[in-house]
Design a protein around this ligand. Sequence first.
Ligand code: PEP
Ligand code: MN
Length: 289
Amino acid sequence: MSLVASADVTTPRPQGARPYPLASRAEHPEDTVVQVGGVAFGGQRVVVIAGPCAVESREQLMETAEAVRAAGATVLRGGAYKPRTSPYDFQGLGEEGLELLAEAGARTGLPVITEVMDSEDVGLVARYADVLQIGSRNMSAFRLLRRAADTGKPIMLKRGFQATIREWLLSAEHILAQGNPRVILCERGIRTYDSEYTRNTLDLNAVPLLARETHLPVVVDPSHGTGRSDLVATMAFGAVAVGADGLMIEVHRQPGEALCDGKQSLSTGEFGALMAGLRPLAALLGREV
Ligand code: PEP
Ligand code: MN
């Protein structure tokens, strides 16, 4: 955060009242720290969430979970309900995937995060997950946001791929206004005009901007933000350099065989290299990873 402030030449001041009083930094100057077991989002330590895009099998998940934990990840991810553009693509294992995630979490000691796509599934997903993920396609599903908020679980709210920062903060406000203060924001890229080379445009402006605008922790997902495994580590470093509180990284034991998002998934070896690169960078910034 100190890097962010010192890099500014001028400091534009927010004008007038914000439409998101609960999310606004102006009304709540202190950083919010969202505690998930022993992991703190919004503290000095950069939280690394890692795991496969989708839970595919027990072997795949356990092997990946052990590998990311050994490399230094502190939260395990894995999708059981996958929001796929095509109805013919793998849709996730559903409840079986949730059971496997909980098992992998218990085995590794890592808290688990997984997406809840539908308000009907909130109770079920909340029984297994430590953090509920609201996906990009559902950022504005306000009823889902309220139902998820009612569980009292921490909620990671991914930015809608077509959402402005204001719309995103207003979605966070829906969760806060429902009485759940445990909100983590996740920048995951927005759709711009070039889809030939990258899947999305990772908006790193959002990170220092949100640090001014809100007290909520901000995670960056360079996997969906780029759609390319060869860009993930560099953009992860960039995210930490601009002040991200955490990273979400897709990792697969065999990216070429992944049922979902293989092109943007790191192998376990590549993830280890990313973690090794992050440590000195975090230290330089007065942080830990
Ligand atoms: C995911 O994290 O697997 C995912 C589907 O992300 P997004 O909602 O950002 O596309
Ligand atoms: Mn994915």
